[in-house]
Design a binder for this molecule. Structure first.
Ligand code: SAH
Length: 216
């Protein structure tokens, strides 16, 4: 399966839809326009790849809705070159969008099967990031600190270790909440121990799981 004129045409329409829904960040829209989302999806859903919806990717998880990917990417406010930690690699789609934005991506996934699949897919497409099998609540102390952290699963609480691994001046974008929907927050670490919080709308993510036992 390649990226052909049909997919490119559908992506242009998706970009127009995202604009209508209020996404104005041209760099983010360009990044979304550059990533062949259909290649990150199971064959059963490939014809719907450019609908603005989330779809199953196996292991009870989903590829995020393009609007959500655009919204979170925008909130990260990256210029290029920043070190970004993503929690929840999932399909690898959000990681690919971040790589198109010119940042250095470190991403953690707790499902081994999804970790393997997305790492392989991203490599195959020439996306160069660092992909880890592990628990997002722990972050990646070896590679910390990070300029930005993006959590792509519903967090029941703000992971303290991730705040520690955020640089002063950095942002952490997190959908916070235990219920059906979560509030999108952007935390700005102004100084050690000084966090400013901005609130955005309600979104719906699959849960960020506490490290009980790792699934295959
Ligand atoms: N960014 C993904 C969205 C995937 S959905 C994409 O673009 O497709 C959220 C992902 O977070 C799921 O794959 C889920 O397995 C993963 N996840 C849940 N809890 C986690 C944890 N504690 N650490 C790391 N990943 C986690």
């Amino acid at each position: 399966m390649m990226d052909n004129y049909k997919h490119k045409g559908l992506r242009k329409k998706l970009i127009e839809l995202l604009r209508e829904k209020g996404i104005e960040n041209e760099r983010v829209l360009d990044a979304i326009n550059a990533v062949p989302r259909h290649l990150f999806m199971d064959n059963a859903f490939i014809n719907f790849a450019y609908k603005d919806q989330a779809f199953p990717i196996g292991a009870d998880q989903t590829i995020s809705q393009p609007y959500t990917v655009a919204f979170q990417s925008h909130l990260l406010e990256v210029k290029g070159g920043e070190k970004v930690l993503e929690i929840g690699t999932g399909s690898g789609y959000q990681a690919a969008v971040l790589l198109e934005l010119g940042v250095k991506v470190f991403s953690i996934e707790r499902h081994r099967s999804l970790h393997k699949k997305s790492k392989q897919k991203l490599e195959e497409l020439g996306y160069k990031g660092r992909f880890f099998f592990g628990d997002g609540f722990e972050g990646l102390p070896t590679f910390a600190p990070f300029d930005r952290i993006i959590i792509t699963a519903a967090a029941p609480r703000i992971p303290e270790k991730l705040i520690e691994q955020l640089k002063v001046g950095g942002y952490l974008v997190i959908p916070l909440g235990k219920g059906e929907s979560q509030q999108m927050l952007r935390l700005h670490k102004k100084a050690e121990g000084e966090i400013e919080e901005e609130k955005f709308g309600q979104f719906s993510f699959v849960p960020m799981l506490e490290n009980k036992s790792f699934s295959s």
